[in-house]
Write a protein that binds this ligand. Structure first.
Ligand code: SAJ
Length: 417
């Protein structure tokens, strides 16, 4: 069988490569000509451990090929972005464009699977766009199991950095617009899936993806709120959580400088925008997590005032070092990173010197205007105030002796673990 993957990004390219590794003929489609050319040379345009080898091998074996023009296939997997809009909803224009691009090559018997994280009801909208372009074909919402084509929603739930492993191992939800659609989508993923395939309808599958990330967001918000309460009550939140988690039914997550990445900080809004009056807890959790960077910034500014008074210096004579910029440990991903946002604000507001330390990016790629990217030792040695924003492994080796001379603001509890 022939599978076409539309959108060759962080999810689409690994998915295409893994189908091809199993011997399936895969046509990857992307509007980005440069990405298409890179892939056809057996190279990759994104960072994901283990991906390069599989792309190189499957391209060389003529199992994987990329193009900008959709071609006929047996199954189409759509993995295009659904960017966050100003009114906190998903922008479905890429899904619509993908649907309209494949519509002319659709044939009876084809399966179309949407993977993009989307608000509830998007798969039905995609079907509507396909149907509008192909009035000659029967679609499942109207014709059920006697439709000409099959349509399903199948979210990915892989963790960046572990995509090649999690794509194969994780359980997978498939939600069809008809029973036959769910069955066909299950058969498609069984080509490479080692985890279980869980079948449901499309709306439930859409909501499941949003629910998983909202669950994590709400639980991180609980930890972040605790960190503010503990600060007021003069309690060490890290010790508190460690102790509370010894209860057999308590499992609190870790507070931090806020929630970053392009999923957990976004997906809950898709639920809120669909049920604005009802989704109160989910909305509040988003607000709690989104307010954490400002709280950290204010802590830094207050600390600068206090240290200036202690040292009888002006604030402009003090140096702040920001430790870490990525949105989570041990990666170089800066997307929606609260650490980056905080560092930028400090560099903009602080009248003295600001240093940033980020072992995962190169000195000439420093994204913080007004700050200098420096090594860990240098940054600590010259700082009056240091704020730990990401618990990278590189920072775990910092000893108490190295931070004795400075005011240490630890948003991740690194020194308490
Ligand atoms: N964070 C905390 N405290 C914690 C855990 C995380 O502050 O205890 C912060 C991190 O520092 C980071 C943010 O949350 O800023 C998100 O990081 P993450 O590791 O929780 O998740 P992502 O965004 O890398 O990936 C998530 C995953 N979803 C879940 O774990 C429910 C992944 O499985 C999804 O596939 C991915 O979102 C996605 O693409 O939706």
């Amino acid at each position: 069988s022939k599978v076409s993957v539309i959108g060759l990004g962080y999810i689409g390219l690994p998915t295409a490569a893994i189908f091809a590794r199993e011997g399936t003929e895969v046509i990857g489609v992307d509007i980005n000509q440069a990405a298409v050319d890179t892939i056809n040379k057996g190279e990759i345009h994104i960072v994901e451990p283990g991906l390069r080898e599989v792309v190189r091998h499957t391209v060389a074996e003529h199992k994987l090929r990329a193009t900008t023009q959709p071609e006929a296939a047996d199954a189409f997997v759509i993995a295009v972005p659904t960017p966050f809009t100003e009114n906190r909803d998903g922008d479905l224009s890429y899904i619509r464009a993908a649907a309209e691009a494949i519509a002319p090559v659709l044939k009876t018997g084809n399966l179309i699977v949407l993977e993009s994280t989307s608000p509830v009801g998007t798969t039905e909208k995609m079907e509507h766009w396909l149907a509008a372009a192909r009035p000659d074909l029967k679609f499942p919402s109207e014709y059920g199991d006697s439709a000409d084509v099959l349509v399903a929603y199948c979210p990915e739930r892989v963790l960046p950095g572990k995509v090649m492993d999690e794509l194969v191992q994780n359980d997978r939800i498939v939600g069809g617009l008809s029973k036959a659609s769910s069955e066909a989508a299950g058969d498609l993923y069984s080509i490479f899936l080692k985890g279980n395939c869980l079948k449901t309808n499309a709306r439930t599958a859409e909501m499941a993806k949003l629910t998983e990330n909202s669950f994590r967001d709400v639980n991180i918000a609980f930890a972040n709120e605790l960190s503010l309460v503990c600060d007021e009550l003069n309690i060490n939140v890290w010790e508190l959580i460690r102790l509370a988690n010894r209860h057999p039914r308590v499992n609190i997550l870790q507070p931090g400088p806020g929630v970053g990445g392009h999923c957990i900080a976004v997906d809950p809004w898709f639920i809120v925008s669909s049920a604005p009056k009802t989704a109160k807890l989910i909305r509040t959790a988003r607000e709690v997590n989104d307010s954490k960077p400002l709280w950290v910034l204010n802590r830094v500014l207050e600390t600068l005032t206090r240290v200036a008074a202690q040292k009888q210096k002006s604030i402009s004579e003090l140096t702040v070092t920001c430790m870490g910029l990525a949105f989570k440990p041990n990666i170089d991903d800066l997307r929606e990173s609260p650490a980056l946002a905080i560092a930028k604000e400090i560099a903009a507001k602080h009248s003295g010197t600001t240093y940033v330390v980020e072992p995962h990016i190169k000195a000439d790629a420093n994204p913080v205007e007004g700050a200098k990217l420096v090594e860990i030792d240098f940054g600590l040695k010259h700082a009056d105030v240091a704020v730990l924003l990401v618990d990278h492994n590189e920072f775990k080796a910092i000893s108490r002796g190295e931070i004795e001379h400075l005011a240490w603001i630890d948003t991740r509890g690194l020194m308490d673990h």
